[in-house]
Design a protein around this ligand. Structure first.
Ligand code: SF4
Length: 468
């Protein structure tokens, strides 16, 4: 167990994230201590042995961010020496490292200067600093096409899936048990759409993303009902992208694809996560590689020319060779967009329980795997355009979206860079209001589908209060 004694309780969050990056399986306990001379002290032990100690002038009230960065750098250097490990992203433990790079470029710094900044201040590796800046440059172009002050994007959450994946921490209910409630759920979504139609008519709707869950658990008539309602109620004349995350191949049929196409969907995701049937079975996805290939090809036949494919690196039991195989097989299909996730071990997932019993040895998410995926993306003509990190990623790496020219997921960038408000409707969704000064406020909808439906008026009230 790690015990971190700090004179500043408000440094606990940052310290916990850094310590967890070096020692993922350890529990971290925070304790308050006092300092006699007013200096800041961090005293950190692992199983009773001191692993890091910092005593420095407490300048937090003068410049919080400079103070935090200096403290984290000092701890990082000590732990690096002790463990022999370097973290690819250095002291950066936030979700959006590219946001910092975008900020640097916005200040007028050159790419080279922005890279140097990422390396010097956050101790990011050469490779990650370059990646962050490369993505930031592409993101800025996408952002320049968005209505940041007078526009918004819409997220529609469909919280049903065929089965629950081992690593899932999203709002997801088995469609088999909820089939009879889906019409009622769609009706609740239409009520939320009414609210948006009424209150955002003077704003420009830039993108729509239907996610989940698995939106294609809806029947073709339900997909059509929902998307037709959207197009009748909202002004889509400036819409740049309508994505439906079809996700699970076992939920995709030709009829559903046709319904989506008819309603103007121009970007979909068909996700295998791995091209190994053995792993698919193990992680509880209940579909095969062949089903994924068939769903992908059917989507192409139905005219979808912007198909994203998601894969996950570090799935239990998978080796470098499995990743190489996955990439080789995906290359044959040539998706327009490839999203490479590093496995995140979420507290709410069954995976966490599995790791507790079986240990972390079987979960290897390495930089080499990421290199193989990135090289495959390059061979397919895809370049990185968005990136985010999550807590408890097994290899302390990142999730990266790669896309060919003009196929980047615009919603992904809008959401990740927090440059415009995202109106999110449906169970378990979070609406984000981005104000003109850049400040962000949020409201959520109940995760529990029954509660969401029974309190739909309150869900709408929450949005009204947020945008008052
Ligand atoms: S498809 Fe996605 S949302 Fe559904 S169970 Fe799997 S991880 Fe969760």
């Amino acid at each position: 167990m790690i015990i971190a004694k700090l004179t500043r309780p408000n440094m606990q969050y940052d310290m916990n994230a850094l310590l967890k990056s070096f020692y993922p399986p350890e529990d971290v306990v925070m304790e308050d201590i006092t300092s006699e001379d007013g200096d800041f002290i961090a005293d950190i032990t692992l199983d009773g042995e001191r692993i890091a100690y910092v005593k420095m002038a407490d300048t937090m009230d003068e410049d919080k961010s400079a103070f935090k960065n200096e403290l984290r750098r000092q701890i990082y250097k000590q732990l690096k020496e002790l463990t022999g490990r370097e973290l690819p992203w250095g002291i950066l433990n936030g979700i959006r490292p590219t946001k910092l790079a975008v900020k640097e470029l916005d200040c007028g710094r050159s790419s080279k200067e922005a890279e140097e900044f990422m390396k010097k201040v956050y101790l990011a590796s050469d490779e990650k600093a370059r990646l962050a800046v490369q993505i930031a440059e592409r993101e800025r172009k996408i952002i320049s096409g968005l209505h940041t002050d007078d526009g918004y994007s819409l997220y529609i959450g469909i919280p049903f899936c065929p089965t629950t994946c081992l690593y899932c921490s999203f709002t997801s209910y088995p469609i088999g048990q909820w089939k009879n409630k889906v019409d009622e759920y769609v009706t609740c979504l239409t009520k939320e759409i009414d609210y948006i139609a009424e209150n955002f008519k003077d704003k420009t709707l830039d993108t729509i993303y239907v996610g989940g869950g698995t939106p294609t658990t809806l029947e073709p008539d339900q997909i059509e009902r929902l998307l037709t309602y959207v197009s009748e109620k909202l002004d889509l004349s400036h819409l740049q992208e309508l994505t439906v995350e079809s996700g699970r191949p076992d939920s995709i049929t030709r009829d559903k694809l046709r319904a989506m196409k008819k309603c103007g969907v121009d970007r979909i995701s068909v996700n295998p996560q791995t091209m190994s049937d053995k792993t698919l079975k193990f992680i509880g996805r209940h579909h095969t590689v062949a089903q994924y290939v068939e769903a992908f090809n059917t989507a192409r036949e139905e005219g979808f020319d912007n198909i994203n494919t998601d894969i996950i690196l570090g799935l239990p039991g998978e080796t470098i060779d499995d990743v190489r195989h996955t990439i080789t097989e995906i290359e044959k299909l040539r998706p327009d967009d490839l999203t490479v996730h590093s496995l995140a071990i979420k507290r709410a997932s069954r995976l966490q329980e599995w790791i507790r019993k079986n240990g972390l040895e079987e979960v290897k998410d390495t930089a080499e795997m990421m290199d193989i995926a990135a090289a495959g993306a390059e061979r397919m003509g895809l370049s990185p355009y968005y990136l985010y990190r999550q807590k408890n990623m097994s290899g302390s790496l990142e999730n990266v979206g790669f896309a060919s020219e003009n196929h980047a997921g615009i919603y992904n960038v809008a959401m990740m860079e927090e440059v415009q408000s995202i109106l999110a409707i449906g169970a378990g969704t979070v609406t984000k209001r981005v104000s003109a000064d850049g400040s962000i406020s949020r409201c959520d909808c109940h995760k529990d589908v029954e509660l969401y439906m029974s309190q739909i008026d309150e869900m709408i009230e929450r949005k009204k209060r947020l945008f008052r």
